[in-house]
Design a protein around this ligand. Sequence first.
Ligand SMILES: [Zn+2]
Ligand SMILES: [Zn+2]
Length: 178
Amino acid sequence: MKEVLPVFCYHPDPIATGAIDGSDEVCDCCKRARGYIYRGGIYSKCDAELVFCPWCIADGSAATEFEGTFNDVDSLIEVGIPESVVKEVNERTPSYSSWQEKVWLHHCGDACEFHGDASARDVQGATADTFEAFLEGQEEHREHWIAEFRNYVPNEDLVFYRYVCRHCRVVRLMYEYS
Ligand SMILES: [Zn+2]
Ligand SMILES: [Zn+2]
């Protein structure tokens, strides 16, 4: 039987997001095959092809052993998110394989949970709170994004990702153009 996956508060379902999947591969950190493997990559001076089991991410041993980090946390540092949270996202939270530029969203003074690709319904049905939070800091005009939201279906050119606040549960969206 497979071991129970460790808890990642900021990436609560890494199987659903595709960050971790079932595999017999051996973890480069603990050298064990534990039934799951993470392929999202690590920022490290070492070999970029490293794969890890979820446990070596959760306990920080992969980040320590390979002097690496998993996520870009500049967006969290800029707004004064507590250092303990920044460290957890940076060193003990799986990233997401398809990301180019990783911006971790925050709300209520904490990093948000990452929930992977947003569905068409998540975007088209975004609440006013979600939309207004999204608009902050965007260069394009409101009208541009109203149209993008209304017509959104997941596609190869524009992808939305879904985050959820751990405190007020507001949904926050982030996008990336490929
Ligand atoms: Zn391991
Ligand atoms: Zn909140």
